[in-house]
Structures are given as structure tokens and as C-alpha cells.
Write a protein that binds this ligand. Structure first.
Ligand code: SF4
Ligand code: SF4
Ligand code: SF4
Length: 435
């Protein structure tokens, strides 16, 4: 009987009771199971042995049962390190900010307090292209380059985007490297001419932020009703007449506003099937932890009200399917050592949220790397958390400790209890269960 006691239940099984039914989610494998009474009893009294039953096979194949010797926490940590510090990555992920200026003055702009005067010159743009090509040359394993154009409002600097893009595209085409570019924009200047320019430099996705219908939009962005109608026209035209996928980011904490603008875009503007819609938390960076937690709880309640409405009205359709994200081995792409954000003066940051923040500069494109704490903060790995709450948290493989930038800068976005509930509710909804 040497196989006795060889197995254990995974520490990453999250059990949720919904009426008489139990659901079990393994946050590492991503599997979600509905447990009938027999299944519940099997889990409750699991002996640790492979008894040859179907229950054992199902639970083991889906990661709910693991080898007894397996240290699941350190497996997550090691996979994180491999992804973070891989010296020969296959993907290079860059964010480029051609200028910090913007045509709006949003009340919750993430750039508050940052230096907004930076504008990339054509000379620096040439050097940026050179820097990117050199990174590719020095890392021959890279198969795919992804660039996100960011701001300020990047479409104020479309000539700079073109200048950099054409040089990089020439290099990647010659060297058989896949290329993908996205842009985050407020959409005000995404007119037909600009759309064509973006298509020509292979921008394949535009994330456009709206806050609500015209009155809400104007109030929150310091915009005019004309701005609003121009943005909507631009979104409609781009979604219908280009191959650029349009993602709408509704930045607001009010479900009614989010529902109203979602319906307006999908029904009245007839964009169903042509855009993706996401309802994003509007953050105020001046929050104290208590206020941040309360605001998050309010947003969370609104988010699910919006999501339930969307599913009832449109089904789990293409517009919202990407809300159900898959697990990643790092909290995001930017914490990988090769990934950087390039600012308008050629300065480097680790996260786009630090654009224009002098104390968070980690070097520049001309070969100076400061190896300072601003960079080091982003490489804190999960095993730094062995004494913290994350060590024992059954949500860790999915959460990966939350955003590194928020942790690095000490900003409190939400509390863990609320975050866990959100992750679980989303997983259940993905499986068709309303919790
Ligand atoms: S559109 Fe973006 S960059 Fe411009 S003010 Fe609003 S949040 Fe800031
Ligand atoms: S940040 Fe919170 S929710 Fe995420 S793994 Fe750590 S303890 Fe769990
Ligand atoms: S804000 Fe956080 S999760 Fe987003 S890119 Fe920056 S470090 Fe990554």
C-alpha cells in the first residue's frame, strides 16, 4: 500500500456554497467544479490515497488534488521568477509616451502631480526607434514585439507615433518578428485621417475611455457636448470601417451611468459585436486607505450590477467575454525585467502610471540605467510575502499579489477581502453561476 497518503487537497481550492450546491475553484489550474453531495463528501473525507475512483481522477486532473510533496506556494513563486527574470524572453512589451499633453482635464486624471510638459522631439523619436531596434538585436530570442502608445493624449503626437513606428516596422519585417501595437486614447482626435495613419502603422487595438453620456462625460472630463458627439462619431466610424478593435473603457463608479452609455453604444449606435466594453474603477489618488476601501466596495457593487445587466441583456457575448481573464504568471507584463515605459524625454519608467514622475525614473534610452530603488521595487517577488497575508491566501495564483505599482508607491486601491469576493464572483459568473 505504498501509494497511501501520497496526495493532498490543493491549498488553492476555493469552496463556495451557493444554496445547497458547493462550487470549487482551483485558482492555479483555473478549473471550476460543481460538487454534488457525493463529491462534497469525497473532498471532505479525502484520505490522501489514489483509490482509483472517477472522483479522484477528476479532482487530480483538474488540480484540486496534488502530490503531497508539492509546495504549491513556491511553484507559483518560481514560475513568477522565471517569467520576470527570463534572460531570453520571447516577447518584448513596451509602452511609449510621445507627449504628456492632453486636450482634457479629467477630474480623476492619473497624471495629477506629474510633470506634464514633456513632448518628444523628432530627434528623440529617432533615438527611441533606435533603442527599440537595439533591444531586439540584443535579444535574438524575441519573436514578438508589443508596443502600447500612451499619454497624455497620444493622438496629439501622431506624427511622432508614425516616425517611430515606420522605423521599427522596417526592422521587425526584415527580421521576421511579429509586431502588435495598441493605443490608449480619449478618442477625440481619432478622425478618419488619423485612423488611416494608425492602420498604416499596424495599430490593431484602440482603448477609448468614456465616462458616461454627454452630461457626465463633459463634467468629468472638462469637455464640451461637441467633444462628446465627436468621440462617439469617431468610435462608430472606427468600429465599422477599420480593422482596429475598439475597446471602450467606462471609467466611473456609478452603475447607472455605465449601463446608460453601454446601451447607447451597443443599441442606439448599433455597435453590438463591434466593440468591447469594460467598466473600470475611477480612482482618486488622494484617497486614504479607508476611503479607498469604501470607494472600492461601492465600485465593486456597481460593477456587478452593470455586469449582471450586460449578461441579461446581451449574454456572455463578445462585448464582455474578455472580462473573464486567465491567470498570468506575473501580475502584469511590465514587471518583467525587459519591459519598460519610454517617456517623451527618453526617460525610462517601469509602469505607465509613473510617467512624468521624476523620482520613478529608472534610466534613459541612451544606455544609462540607474539600478535604483524605483526599479527594484517592481521586482519584488511573491516569496517576499512569506510573512504576509499573500503567503496563505488561496487566491494567490490568480491575484499574484495585486498591482506592483500600487504596492511600490504605497497606494491603497482596495482591501483584500473585497478583492477576493470580486475574483470569486467573476469566476462563478464565467461558469454561469450568479453568486
Ligand atoms: S484624457 Fe487621460 S490623460 Fe487626458 S486628462 Fe483625462 S485621464 Fe488625463
Ligand atoms: S493581495 Fe490580497 S487577495 Fe491578493 S494574494 Fe495577496 S492576500 Fe490574497
Ligand atoms: S498599474 Fe500595476 S498592473 Fe498596471 S501596468 Fe503598472 S504595475 Fe502593472
Amino acid at each position: 500500500m505504498e501509494n497511501l497518503d501520497r496526495y493532498k487537497l490543493s491549498m488553492y481550492n476555493v469552496v463556495h456554497k451557493n444554496g445547497d450546491i458547493n462550487y470549487m475553484w482551483n485558482t492555479y489550474s483555473g478549473a471550476l467544479l460543481k460538487l454534488d453531495e457525493r463529491g462534497q463528501e469525497y473532498v471532505r473525507s479525502f484520505s490522501g490515497a489514489d483509490d482509483g475512483s472517477n472522483e479522484f481522477k477528476l479532482l487530480k486532473d483538474n488540480g484540486f488534488i496534488v502530490y503531497k510533496e508539492l509546495d504549491e506556494f513556491f511553484r507559483v513563486c518560481m514560475e513568477e521568477k522565471q517569467a520576470m527574470f527570463n534572460p531570453n524572453p520571447e516577447h518584448l512589451h513596451l509602452v511609449i509616451t510621445p507627449g504628456m499633453g492632453c486636450n482634457y482635464s479629467c477630474e480623476c486624471c492619473f497624471e495629477k502631480g506629474a510633470d506634464l510638459t514633456g513632448v518628444m522631439t523628432p530627434e528623440i523619436a529617432n533615438d527611441v526607434a533606435e533603442y527599440v531596434c537595439t533591444q531586439l538585436q540584443n535579444n535574438p530570442n524575441i519573436e514578438k514585439l508589443q508596443i502600447i502608445w500612451f499619454g497624455g493624449e497620444p493622438l496629439l503626437y501622431v506624427d511622432i507615433i508614425e516616425l517611430i513606428s515606420y522605423k521599427i516596422i522596417k526592422y521587425v519585417q526584415k527580421n521576421n518578428i511579429q509586431y502588435a501595437a495598441w493605443i490608449t486614447t480619449n478618442g477625440r482626435y481619432l478622425d478618419r485621417n488619423t485612423l488611416l495613419k494608425l492602420q498604416n502603422v499596424f495599430v490593431e487595438r484602440a482603448q477609448i475611455t468614456v465616462d458616461g453620456m454627454s452630461d457626465v462625460y463633459c463634467r468629468r472630463k472638462g469637455a464640451s457636448p461637441d467633444d462628446f458627439s465627436n468621440v462617439i462619431d469617431n468610435i462608430c466610424y472606427a468600429a465599422e470601417n477599420s480593422n482596429i478593435r475598439v475597446n471602450i473603457n467606462i471609467v466611473n463608479n456609478d452603475a447607472n451611468d455605465a449601463i446608460e452609455i453601454s446601451d447607447y453604444l451597443l443599441k442606439q449606435c448599433n455597435l453590438k459585436g463591434r466593440i468591447h466594453v469594460y467598466f473600470h474603477q475611477s480612482l482618486d489618488y488622494s484617497h486614504t486607505p479607508d476611503v479607498a476601501q469604501q470607494t472600492y466596495l461601492e465600485y465593486d457593487e456597481s460593477f456587478f450590477r452593470w455586469l449582471h445587466y450586460m449578461i441579461k441583456e446581451y449574454g456572455v457575448s463578445e462585448e464582455i467575454r474578455f472580462i473573464f481573464r486567465k491567470r498570468k504568471t506575473t501580475c502584469c507584463e511590465l514587471v518583467k525585467t525587459g519591459s519598460v515605459c519610454i517617456g517623451p524625454r527618453g526617460e525610462l519608467h517601469k509602469c505607465f502610471r509613473n510617467s512624468g514622475v521624476k523620482s520613478m525614473i529608472i534610466g534613459d534610452i541612451w544606455g544609462h540605467r540607474y539600478y535604483n530603488d524605483a526599479e527594484n521595487k517592481f521586482y519584488k517577488t511573491l516569496d517576499d510575502s512569506t510573512k504576509s497575508e499573500c503567503f496563505k491566501c488561496e487566491y494567490l495564483p490568480f491575484c499574484m499579489g495585486g498591482c506592483q505599482c500600487f504596492r511600490a508607491t504605497g497606494f491603497k486601491r482596495c482591501d483584500c477581502d473585497a478583492r477576493k469576493v470580486t475574483m470569486l464572483k467573476l469566476k462563478l459568473l464565467e461558469g454561469g453561476v450568479y453568486a
